[in-house]
Design a protein around this ligand. Sequence first.
Ligand SMILES: [Zn+2]
Length: 195
Amino acid sequence: MKLGIPAIATGDMFRNISKKDSKFGQEIMKYIKNGELVPDAIVINVLRKRLSRDDCRRGFILDGYPRTIKQAKVLEGLAEINAIILLQVPEWIVIERLSSRRICRTCGEVYNIRFLRPKKKGTCDKCGGVLYQRIDDSPKVIGERLTIYEKNMEPLLAFYNGKVPFIKYSSNSIDTPPGVAVAEILQGLKKLKLS
Ligand SMILES: [Zn+2]
């Protein structure tokens, strides 16, 4: 929100859909539970609808999309991509962070039982809601998610290489506060005259 444009996390969109007691919701839940990618046709459809909303007119940030070359090609037809923000973090940090993540069932606030603990164990500071662990944040599913992620990432980076400028941020420390990454990314955007 620092940039005044919406951040669209396709993962969050699908997690919300999966909670709905509908046939579509159940179908999506099946993929999430197994750490699998939601099929391209479904993702593209949902994203297309989201990007057509008014708040995207001045721009948007996509988080978790594209995950495949097909998705990237469709995106080219939907919008102009000005920059790619690439976060590079060693695998052990990703596993550590995801497996200790907890989320408020009521308001969606994100905590981390190692780095960002709630004041009262298992309870949201903001609304008093119950904290839970995402079904795909279990160590086994995280491992599967990372394997799929790496397999898909390589061709995607090759696809965008030379086409779209990259803003890279890498960290080898688990203790780096999120603000450090944000500051560096904002600076990268400024250099590209995007903020
Ligand atoms: Zn809450």
